[in-house]
Design a protein around this ligand. Structure first.
Ligand code: UD1
Ligand code: CA
Length: 451
């Protein structure tokens, strides 16, 4: 099929400088969700109708399989689809989607296309409160006659509960006849896409209807309130999918997946965690409350304690991270590594069985196996102009409150005494210490306050 996505509306009620379809749902632009659905349906052509000032939309979501068609001025939904006609393949039907209705599902749309057959198909819904929508007018036998917009409707027509969701499947050759013939003699002075129903009936073409699998699929975003409502629906669905895959969520209402979360078996996630980009959690991983993980791969059996922040970092199997740990981009932890509270690791590798359990900064470092990084240890990686690396070889023990002034290497098996400021390489297997010798001053008295 051809898919036309209408996205030219300004979205005034968002009260934002960002075009409406670039506002994010689950961390991705509204329009990106609709494009995904079009691709899932195997669309042959995808045309996006964008409007004045919408170049940023095009730049944000440009792709080889998308044709961008600018609509300026915007004279209605019929006028919008009209702009795309030259790009549509007559041999397949055309499906009209909306850039601001992001949760529409491919199964619902497939059923709409199937119901339409070689005729016209309209996705409709029965609403208790149909105010604002176009109504589906049927004859005594239940055949669709036309769609009437709220503003053009009579009182009787306004009492109709069946509404037009806006999603339409139409034979492409017919669209090419109908759309140039639309008039705009209506309350809004717009070229209504919905008027094609009357034209189809006039030609004796059957008009079929289908309904969405779920009512929320057809909800649109016109305001920040609606955006927030759809976000909750989207997150609830993410949570259900994860639980169906066997993930334990301590509260499915308190997880946010803004991207892709790939979980192994027996993964458990406590409340208020946020996952961004692509995150992979291996078998048996436990994520404590209030963690944020972004583009991270976490090995099997690793436990992440509460309030940890992990960004563009990987951890091997059986690690222990947090609470209050921060793994910054370029961090790679081996197996069974311990990174404890208030430890920050950046652009560093830490090999198997090494530990930094308390209050440390490990930046631009290569840390070997079985290393113990004492509390308060800092790699001084930045000289004010350039970054330098610290190398800590296997089996090193670093005493507390040590500064490693990079570039510097601590040899295999070395021990650094507490409080050391290391500016030159420390030899292997020896104790290196830079503290002054402890001294007790005989006869020293504390100063007294003068009377
Ligand atoms: C439309 C339908 C109405 C339906 C409702 C469902 C028409 C005439 N009416 O009404 O029957 O119940 O959707 O929400 O189609 N757009 C453009 N270019 C334009 C005009 C609109 O791209 O010139 C886009 C908008 O960005 C929006 C969508 O089309 O995403 C719908 O337009 P809107 O003006 O909101 O239509 P409604 O009045 O809600
Ligand atoms: Ca609307």
């Amino acid at each position: 099929m051809n898919v036309v996505i209408l996205a030219a509306g300004q979205g005034k009620r968002m009260r934002s400088d960002l075009p409406k379809v670039l506002h994010r749902l689950g961390g991705r632009p509204l329009l990106a969700h609709v494009l995904d659905t079009a691709r899932e349906l195997g669309a042959k052509r995808i045309c996006v109708v964008y409007g004045h000032g919408g170049e940023v939309v095009r730049e944000a979501l440009d792709a080889a399989d998308v044709t961008w068609v600018r609509q300026e001025p915007q004279l209605g939904t019929g006028h919008a689809v009209l702009q795309t006609l030259t790009f549509l393949d007559d041999g397949v039907p055309t499906l009209v989607l909306y850039g601001d209705v992001p949760l529409i599902g491919a199964p619902t749309l497939s059923r709409l296309v199937e119901a339409a057959g070689s005729g016209l198909g309209v996705l409709t819904e029965e609403l208790e409160n149909p105010g604002g929508y176009g109504r589906i007018v049927r004859d005594g036998d239940g055949n669709v006659l036309r769609i009437v917009e709220e503003r053009d409707a009579s009182d009787d027509e306004r009492a109709i509960g069946e509404i037009n969701t806006g999603f339409i499947a139409a034979p492409t050759a017919a669209l090419k006849r109908w759309l140039p013939a639309l008039g705009n003699d209506n309350a809004q002075g717009e070229y209504y896409l919905t008027d094609i129903v009357r034209l189809a009936i006039g030609e004796g073409m059957p008009v079929a209807t289908a309904q969405p699998d779920e009512a929320w699929e057809v909800l649109g975003v016109n305001s920040k309130v609606q955006l927030a409502e759809l976000e909750r629906i989207h997150q609830h669905r993410n949570a259900l999918l994860l639980m169906e895959q066997g993930v334990t969520l301590l509260d499915p209402e308190r997880i946010d997946v803004r991207g892709e979360l790939d979980c192994g078996r027996d993964v458990a996630i406590d409340v208020n965690c946020v996952f961004e980009g692509r995150v992979v959690l291996g078998d048996g991983v436990e994520v404590g409350a209030h963690c944020v993980l972004r583009n991270a791969v976490i090995g099997a059996g690793t436990r992440i304690a509460p309030f940890s922040h992990i960004e563009e970092a990987d951890a091997g199997r059986g690690c222990s991270i947090g609470p209050y740990a921060r793994l910054r981009p370029g961090t790679k932890l081996g197996e069974d590594v311990h990174i404890g509270n208030f430890v920050e690791v950046k652009n560093s590798t830490v090999a198997d069985k090494s530990k930094a359990n308390h209050l440390a900064y490990v930046g631009d470092a290569t840390v070997g196996r079985n290393v113990n990084v004492g509390a308060g240890t800092i790699t001084c990686n930045y000289d004010g102009a350039n970054k330098h690396r610290t190398v800590i070889e296997d089996d090193v023990f670093i005493g507390s409150d040590t500064q490693l002034v990079a570039p510097v290497t601590v040899g295999r098996g070395a021990t650094l005494g507490a409080g050391t400021t290391l500016t030159e390489d420390a030899p292997p297997d020896k104790l290196t210490i830079t503290r002054v010798k402890q001294l007790t001053v005989p006869g020293w008295k504390r100063p007294q306050k003068k009377k």
